[in-house]
Ligand binder design. Structure first.
Ligand SMILES: NC(=O)c1ccc[n+]([C@@H]2O[C@H](COP(=O)([O-])OP(=O)(O)OC[C@H]3O[C@@H](n4cnc5c(N)ncnc54)[C@H](O)[C@@H]3O)[C@@H](O)[C@H]2O)c1
Length: 317
């Protein structure tokens, strides 16, 4: 019997790709989302699968979550607010949403179930050294990072009482097709600007280092964690390679051929981490997982996808 899987936040960018990947592997997947920050691209693709059900529910306030959860073997928990800058302006909505979504799930899980939580590199805050390892200090510097750490702690402590199994993936910067434009990451924002003939805007000196992982690689790691019943614990999920924001902007300019575009530098943003690169030894050894997508290749295909969509939209009569 194939496992039954619930993906929370499955109408969003990463949860959506995970749901599509699992459905493609013939799992029956239920996507749960309140559609507050969903992605139209993802929703259109989800609707094409007949082994994906879609449920509208807000995990903060749901009365029927307890009954709903009984139907599933595995919960991939991706629902959250994800914007660091917004969290600096509105900390409590981040703490509230990202904590209660997680609490309201884990309060009802039992020992035959497993949760795969999509956490974030933001839990580390500013690491003392990179690449950062899973057991290094956790000192989040944004309410977003704190809310994700709170989510992790909730999962770990509740599992002691309730006996469910858990996998926590600390995702680094994830990119790919289908991010909600209002909450998009740096790659999508740079590509959007360059396609419109505008230079990328860099906050700070451009020397901040990030570790970018393609969303299809994340989906594959989740799939492997679903397939391996005995697999549990806390894992970094990044590419293991750091790239400066300045170099990233240049790569996108090179791909576009718009060498005339010169990045604009502006004030650094509060909450932004200076250096963030994953040590991926643990996940490589324990799950035998290695990201496959090369950054330049991933950027190129994303660039051409976004460009085509832009041209199609703007050529409509
Ligand atoms: N995007 C990244 O680079 C990145 C990096 C590290 C970690 N993560 C984590 O991955 C997960 C998914 O991120 P994403 O980029 O797909 O974000 P996203 O905003 O695209 O998707 C999140 C989805 O969750 C839904 N949601 C939010 N609160 C909800 C609630 N209370 N009830 C029901 N649904 C709710 C939203 O409507 C949205 O569809 C998040 O938990 C995030 O913390 C993302």
């Amino acid at each position: 019997m194939k496992l039954k899987i619930l993906v929370t936040g499955g109408a969003g960018f990463i949860g959506g790709h995970v749901a599509l990947y699992l459905a493609d592997k013939s799992f029956h997947v239920t996507v749960l989302d309140n559609f507050e920050r969903s992605s139209d691209y993802i929703i259109n693709r989800l609707k094409k699968f007949n082994n994906i059900d879609i449920v509208r529910e807000d995990l903060r306030y749901s009365d029927r979550i307890k009954d709903l959860l009984k139907n599933f073997d595995i919960i991939v928990h991706a629902a959250a607010y994800i914007d660091v800058e917004e969290s600096m302006k509105d900390p409590w909505s981040y703490i509230h949403n990202n904590y209660y979504t997680t609490k309201n799930i884990t309060d009802h899980l039992n020992k035959r179930q497993k949760i795969i939580y999509l956490s974030s590199a933001a839990v580390y805050g500013e690491p003392e050294k990179i690449p950062v390892k899973e057991d290094d200090e956790k000192r989040p510097i944004s309410p977003y990072g704190l809310s994700k750490l709170l989510g992790e702690k909730t999962i770990v402590y509740n599992s002691i009482c309730r006996g469910y199994r858990y996998v926590i993936f600390r995702l680094f910067n994830v990119y790919g097709i289908g991010q909600n434009r209002s909450y998009a990451g740096v790659i999508t924002i740079f590509i959007d600007r360059v396609i419109k003939g505008l230079p990328p805007i860099i906050y700070g000196d451009g020397l901040n280092i990030r570790d970018f992982i393609h969303v299809e690689d994340v989906a594959e790691a989740v799939y492997m964690a679903v397939e391996r019943e005995d697999f549990s614990g806390i894992y970094n999920l990044g590419s293991g390679t750091g790239v400066s924001i300045k170099d990233l902007a240049q790569m996108i300019i090179d791909i576009s051929g718009r060498k005339d575009l010169k990045p604009i530098y502006t004030r650094p943003r509060p909450g932004d981490i200076r250096f963030s690169v994953a040590d991926i030894t643990r996940i490589s050894e324990k799950l035998r997982f290695k990201p496959r997508k090369d950054l330049y290749e991933g950027l190129t295909s994303l660039y051409y996808h976004v460009r085509k969509t832009y041209i199609d939209q703007n050529s409509r009569p």
